[in-house]
Design a protein around this ligand. Structure first.
Ligand code: SAH
Ligand code: DHB
Ligand code: MG
Length: 219
């Protein structure tokens, strides 16, 4: 492992493509200034999610875990004029910061933040589905239940992505006292045995610590 090299290469890629505009930079800055956790996806991961959203021609996207809206903005920019992204957030301060970022980026009409516990809101979304793409990135212990809800809100071909499923390789531990690790391990095993999807996990390195994203397509 050479985290410095991975980080430098990540910077090389993001500088080469210079995808992160002033709006996304201001979003990152707003997260730092408001003192909310700096755990957004990286710029290159954002571009990657945007590519995936375009690849599946997404018109309706669901996100669990808004934070400052950084990942929402990347994905929402792949939406057509009448497209919509719904994002779930439990923390009203995070939601407030995110809303300001959506306003600044001209995305206020495309993105709707629903405030509350994801597990309570998800049943209310059955009328809004099916979603074309679903990004799971809220609290880690109930990832399996979030995934089960994602399936209910899907159609054949829906793309489901889950962030942070490798946790610096801690998922290799037989048992972990860390409930986030235990949560994603339970999810990974569930996903691997789920007959309703074709799925895999890819590792991620670079600006953020070593982690991984699960990617699944609904059959
Ligand atoms: N997707 C964001 C990062 C999300 S961080 C990005 O990459 O830009 C995880 C977010 O999930 C935090 O804002 C946290 O407040 C929120 N969260 C935690 N538990 C939650 C729950 N039970 N329901 C909804 N959101 C939750
Ligand atoms: C954490 C959550 C995330 O979604 C992430 O990308 C990184 C860290 C966390 O809660 O520690
Ligand atoms: Mg995450």
């Amino acid at each position: 492992m050479n985290p410095q090299l991975f980080e430098s290469v990540d910077q090389y890629i993001s500088q080469l493509f210079h995808d992160e505009d002033d709006c996304l930079k201001a979003t990152e800055q707003s997260i730092i200034e408001s003192g909310i956790p700096q755990i957004s996806i990286s710029p290159n991961q954002g571009k990657f999610l945007q590519l995936l959203a375009k690849l599946c021609n997404a018109k309706k996207i669901l996100e669990m875990g808004t934070l400052g809206g950084y990942s929402s903005i990347w994905m929402a920019r792949a939406l057509p004029e009448n497209g919509k992204l719904v994002t779930l957030e439990i923390d009203s301060k995070h939601a407030e910061v995110a809303q300001q970022n959506f306003n600044r980026c001209g995305l206020a009409t495309k993105i709707e933040i629903l405030l509350g516990k994801a597990i309570d809101i998800l049943p209310q979304l059955e009328g809004e589905g099916p979603f074309d793409m679903i990004f799971i990135d809220a609290d880690k212990p109930p990832y399996t239940e979030y995934f089960q809800w994602a399936l209910k809100l899907s159609r054949p071909g829906t793309l489901i992505i889950a962030d942070n499923v490798i946790r610096e390789g801690k998922v290799l531990l037989e048992e972990s006292p860390d409930e986030m690790v235990a949560g994603v391990k339970r999810f990974n095993e569930y996903l691997a045995n789920c007959a309703d999807v074709t799925a895999t996990i890819f590792q991620t390195v670079g600006a953020k610590e070593h982690d991984g994203m699960a990617i699944a397509i609904v059959k």
